[in-house]
Design a binder for this molecule. Structure first.
Ligand code: B16
Ligand code: MG
Length: 217
């Protein structure tokens, strides 16, 4: 049976994509080009520097490493200002209830996020106490679809990969879960999450009982 639930942060527990978008858009505008919400889809689940590379390629701009560091920092300052104002009202529908249900049923709970800002978001929304392990972008060297973030989470909660289920909204995250040898529930629409065991539109549609649909060998 399933013994641990590993959660992605952005797009699963909270919607920080809108703040990433506003900050990246501001940067693009400073650089003289437009950045659309459609473009922003490509940045979901992707690390900060990889996101910047995608943004610059959209603008047709090439820069050296030090200039890129400077721009990434500027974007992060704007982003940080926005997430500093977050509170529990920004927890996505069903997320808090499902975290509670997991704990009540004795399941281990871990975070597996690419974000280096995860602690600020967890603390401001008040959900830090629900986690047995928190793996974020400050603790990993390889970004999703590399399985590192989830493998580390499973190790910390001492559950074997086949007894773990990952909740992910991004294709790269589903791929990372698969490479880690874990089960995966997609959050969002089935089109881009085909490799998940099943897809729900949000955690509001998720119950611990539904984990029984996942067959553990
Ligand atoms: P930061 P997740 C990801 O979070 C976001 O989806 C992605 O858009 C962002 O670039 C990445 O975190 C890094 O975030 O700049 O805060 O380190 O979905 O893995 O929880
Ligand atoms: Mg995500």
């Amino acid at each position: 049976s399933i013994k641990a639930c590993l959660f992605d942060l952005d797009g699963v527990l909270v919607d920080t994509a809108k703040y990433h978008y506003l900050a990246w858009k501001r940067l693009a505008e400073e650089l003289g080009f437009d950045f659309t919400e459609h473009d922003n889809e490509r940045l979901k689940g992707v690390s900060r520097m990889a996101s910047l590379d995608i943004l610059l390629s959209i603008g047709g701009i090439e820069l050296d490493e030090s200039k890129k560091q400077e721009l990434a920092e500027r974007k992060n300052d704007w982003y940080f200002e926005m997430i500093s104002k977050m509170d529990e009202s920004e927890i996505l529908p069903g997320a808090l209830e499902f975290l509670k249900e997991c704990r009540e049923n004795g399941l281990k709970v871990a975070l597996g996020s690419a974000s280096k800002n995860a602690m600020t978001i967890l603390n401001n929304t008040g959900i830090t106490p629900y986690f047995d392990a928190i793996i974020d972008g400050t603790r990993t060297t390889s970004a999703k679809p590399d399985p590192e973030v989830f493998t580390l989470g499973a190790t910390e909660v001492e559950v074997s990969p086949e007894q773990c289920v990952v909740f992910e909204d991004a294709e790269a995250g589903v791929e990372a879960a698969r490479r880690a040898g874990m089960h995966c529930v997609g959050i969002g629409s089935p089109e881009n999450l085909a490799k998940a065991d099943f897809v729900v539109s949000s955690l509001a549609d998720m119950t611990v009982n539904r984990l029984n649909d996942i067959v553990v060998s």
